[in-house]
Design a protein around this ligand. Structure first.
Ligand code: 5GP
Ligand code: ZN
Length: 112
């Protein structure tokens, strides 16, 4: 499939990885909106939050178990934001499910 984040997950496009296991990958956003801006993706292709079902519960649970580990390792002791843009109205630009982790400064009420 011609999907940017599938290619990053497969290692066909390089990324700055901060976490990887069999099912998920986290890497630094190429255009950071905050001092720490990391994307967490499932390796399997899922288009967005809109495609999630009960069948993905373990995978999404795993992502949300790893997010605090990443935040701690990044030193985000002041807090952080987790965002997933879903569809055109939210400005989703890459159609592969991803969760932004944003932190390292006091965030505005905009996404970052
Ligand atoms: P969205 O706009 O879909 O919520 O988020 C997509 C994110 O992917 C954006 O923050 C954008 O900067 C990031 N991005 C797009 N292309 C690449 C890339 O090739 N490498 C990395 N590391 N991030 C990317
Ligand atoms: Zn994909």
């Amino acid at each position: 499939m011609d999907c940017l984040f599938c290619k990053i997950a497969a290692g066909e496009i390089p990324s700055t990885k901060v976490y990887e296991d069999d099912t998920i990958l986290a890497f630094r956003d190429i255009n950071p909106q905050a001092p720490t801006h990391i994307l967490v993706i499932p390796k399997v292709h899922i288009g967005s939050v809109a495609e999630l079902t009960e069948a993905h519960a373990a995978l999404v649970g795993h992502i949300f178990a790893v997010i605090p580990e990443i935040a701690a390792r990044e030193g985000l002791t002041g807090g952080f934001r987790v965002v997933s843009n879903c569809g055109p109205d939210a400005g989703q630009s890459v159609p592969h499910l991803h969760f932004h982790i944003l932190g390292g400064k006091e965030l505005s009420l905009e996404m970052a």
